[in-house]
Write a protein that binds this ligand. Sequence first.
Ligand code: SF4
Length: 460
Amino acid sequence: MLDDLKDKFHDECGIFGIYLNHPRHDSEAAQTTFYGLYALQHRGQESAGIAVSDLKRIQLHKGMGLASEVFSPEIIARLQGQIAVGHVRYSTTGESGAVNAQPLVFHYLNGMVALAHNGNLINTKELRANLSAYGSVFQTTTDTEVVANLMARYSKDHMEDALAKCMIDMKGAYSLIIMTEDRLVGIRDPLGIRPLCLGEMQGSYILASESASLDTVGAKFVRDIKPGEIVVIDKTGLKSIQAVHSGRTAHCIFEYIYFARPDSTMDGINVYQARKAMGRQLAREADIGGDLVIAVPDSGTAAALGYAEESGLPFEEGLIKKRYVGRTFIQPTQAIRELGVKLKLNAVHEVVRDKRVIMVDDSIVRGTTSKNIVKMLREAGAKEVHMVVASPPTCHPCYYGIDTSQREELIANTMSTEEIARHIGADSLHYISMEGMVNALMPKTDDFCTACFSGEYPIA
Ligand code: SF4
């Protein structure tokens, strides 16, 4: 894997589901789900899968790779039915493999079920042990199978009651889309850590990780699924059950910093505007003399625009991101790996030469990429390179479904800001303050999980 891929936190999954009331053709649900996954591809590139139901049985196709590699028009045409659920997954080393690709389809007392899961349970070990004691057998290493077995355990109950019981047992961060032969169900964890929203398209309902995927398929955003809520969609419409009341929320703040698309709106906050507000706040806090502001594209762009606006300095495209870096480079040869960041980015010499450059990025995880980019800017003739970061130092790993480096690999865990600046070769380094970051979003600090910065985990 490219070093710079390891140098970001990674969301682990994107999920999308649709219940079509009046499909225009047999594979419309699968086709719409494919485009939904395509729009969510940034949330996971290792595997993709779609399950469909024609109200009688569930069919599944999944495989390793991008949605466009896993699904051909012929495969989509075979996936016939009016309900569909899809999943894209980013997996950590050791967990990668077709067996862990989702959705997971299984039989239980009441029929067939397809499950797509985004997040991470923190009591999986305990749940597995309990379930195994009751005779459950596990084939994968995913939390999703634990959820499936929990559902099976409560299968004598009415489905909504069974799911409410599962939610009491499950501890952690999760958004789930569950499809039975005749229903589509969305569930969000009691603190709303992982996102899930509801859309509507010509009287049909859609569930998705991000609102941008609703725009892509031509659906209207209706609302976010509430923390602790279960929504059940069937031929009679939509039913909402507030299964768990926690009295507080802990939305993952990293969605706004890096994971989500800027054109998505989550829990009432547009991601682009949030990043821009963080950039403006950063400019107020850092106050560095410079000639121009550049972004590490794409996730640093909105914050860089905010920084430029607030500081009065011009924003320039000093780094150009190469598009079309396909999967060829996901597992490069040693020779290609040595080219490192140059495969993805290049400096515009004419923009940065002899300039005091303020470079804005969303986060620093291990520092490898930042070091390479600073070097690239200096080689392109930049007089000074000041790095500003639109998130506080990331010192703590995430246990809620985000692939972070080990604690000891997080550079901010072992070095001071001055040491990191020296390590990456920057003239100075400035992080946004925790208070500044949260205030840039809204003044209620208890609304977000900020554990990877603060070490204060919302679930013990
Ligand atoms: S620890 Fe960080 S990445 Fe994980 S849920 Fe909390 S804010 Fe998001």
